[in-house]
Design a protein around this ligand. Structure first.
Ligand code: ATR
Length: 276
């Protein structure tokens, strides 16, 4: 039997642990398949999609910076991908159509929202930092919970305005005012790449915040950014992005293989051991 091929497309990709995740599950469920990094320029996207059409590739994940840019190359976008205009999982369906779906929303719900006290979530004030590839998924998941006060702040305001077009109920906070706004927030969700391995970090730390603040960031490599460490030191409840990463992968795996792979301690240990 021919080995099935999967991969992740993006640039840069050196930090991605998606191959570790999917190859672990392929082995565990005895599926003859492999998953690799497909670092690509924007002008290579079409060629990669053609490989899926020709069944040389069975499916791909999409990451920074192509979650939106890849949409024109697809035949249909469905479910959460349609709601967010953000695609992270692609495959060929039974009618030979290239389908784009989104599993980041599920990953965020499963790893974070479902762990909060859902009864009083609706009243919470939530500040989302960043307006990158994963931000629409985070905001859509929050919107589903009917949270009344969602704020967004991004260094480049134009990108925050783009997201507001899709979710008009969110309020934009100027990036320079983020430190003042933090005082009033119940939850801060960092979707920027600040603090990620090899990149720049937050220059300032939040000085004013509620003692019951919950801080979440989508970064999982390193396991603790400077910002997360600072909050933790001050006994703020913090979450990193490791579980979101694992659960978005779980749903992608299910979409491709129709098997819902188990998330267990062995897997988490392997992923954590690979963090540099
Ligand atoms: P992309 O924007 O290409 O989708 P991303 O990794 O999904 O990439 O998003 C990066 C996010 O981190 C963006 O919100 C970005 O802000 P800009 O839109 O202003 O670029 C934010 N970011 C990255 N480096 C930053 C920095 N040095 N200061 C502030 N925000 C930064």
């Amino acid at each position: 039997m021919i080995e099935k091929k999967y991969g992740i497309i993006g640039k840069p990709l050196s930090h991605s642990l998606s191959p570790t995740l999917h190859n672990f599950w392929f082995k565990k469920y005895k599926i003859n398949a492999s998953y690799s990094l497909i670092e690509a320029e924007v002008d290579q996207i079409e060629n990669i999609i053609n490989k899926i059409k020709k069944k040389e590739l069975q499916g791909i994940n999409v990451t920074v910076p192509y979650k939106q840019a890849i949409i024109p190359f697809l035949d249909i976008i469905i479910n959460d991908a349609k709601e967010t205009s953000s695609v992270n999982t692609i495959y060929l369906n039974d009618e030979d159509k290239i389908v784009g779906d989104n599993t980041d929303v599920y990953g965020f719900e499963r790893s974070f929202i479902n762990r909060l006290n859902n009864n009083d979530l609706i009243e919470k004030k939530i500040l989302v930092l960043g307006a990158g590839g994963v931000t629409p998924s985070v905001i859509f998941a929050l919107a589903k919970k009917k949270i009344k006060q969602i704020f967004i702040s991004n260094r480049t305001i134009k990108k925050a305005e783009e997201i507001k077009k899709k979710f008009p109920f969110i309020e934009i906070v100027l990036w320079k005012n983020v430190n003042d706004k933090s005082e009033d927030m119940d939850i801060i969700i960092n979707t920027t790449s600040l603090g990620m391995k090899g990149g720049s970090d937050f220059k300032e730390v939040f000085k004013k915040f509620k003692s019951g603040l919950v801080y979440y960031e989508v970064i999982y490599n390193p396991a603790e950014t400077t910002m997360l460490k600072n909050f933790k030191k001050q006994e703020i409840k913090t979450f990193n992005g490791l579980e979101m990463f694992i659960y978005q992968g779980q749903k992608s795996f299910f979409l491709w293989n129709k098997i819902n792979p188990k998330v267990d301690e062995e897997l988490k240990k392997i992923i954590i051991s690979k963090l540099r």
